[in-house]
Design a protein around this ligand. Structure first.
Ligand code: NI
Length: 173
């Protein structure tokens, strides 16, 4: 396993639509392991492949976040939202590609998602609470969408300017 570099917004790769995965190969399993390791190391609760510059429709997440909670790593290949609840939920979201910036985003409170697992089988599950927000946030990444795209223009530009400054500082070090 290896830690991968996480792209920081703004980056054109974070705005692209990722390609469906065709086969569950050993390379893909290694990629999933790297993504989970990178996510836990960050630390974060979700990571989509485009965030590490792999333009494929795969994401990892683990929202069992309490310190004593048993890890619940999930790997979703070609995930698709097949149903959303009318009820909404608001969470203060963040993103590993937009470090230390948080904002409230309203999304459906419950979603049903289908995906292919690393076992090569099709899965279907209903998510609620933090899991529902996380899976929607990560699927957005596969479509080139970031949580700041839900914010007003002023707020989004303010965050983008902060990230540009951060990237200049990181390049200097
Ligand atoms: Ni994110």
């Amino acid at each position: 396993m290896a830690l991968r570099n996480i792209l920081i917004h703004p980056d054109p790769r974070l705005k692209k639509v990722a390609t469906p995965v065709t086969d569950v190969t050993d390379d893909l399993r290694r990629l999933a392991d790297d993504m989970l390791e990178t996510m836990y190391d960050a630390p974060g609760i979700g990571l989509a492949a485009p965030q590490i510059a792999v333009m494929q429709r795969m994401l990892v997440m683990d929202c069992a976040k309490d310190e004593d909670a048993t890890p619940e790593p999930m790997v979703l290949i070609n995930p698709a939202v097949t149903w959303v609840s009318e009820a909404k939920n608001t969470y203060e979201e963040g993103c590993l590609s937009i470090p230390e910036q948080y904002a409230e985003v309203e999304r459906p409170a419950e979603v049903e998602v289908t995906w292919r697992g690393l076992d090569g089988k099709d899965h279907r599950e209903r998510f609620d609470g933090l899991w529902a927000t996380c899976v929607q946030h990560e699927i957005d990444h596969l479509d080139g969408k970031l949580f700041i795209d839900y914010l007003g223009r002023m707020k989004r530009q303010m965050i983008t300017r902060k990230m540009q400054k951060l990237k200049r500082e990181m390049a200097r070090d």
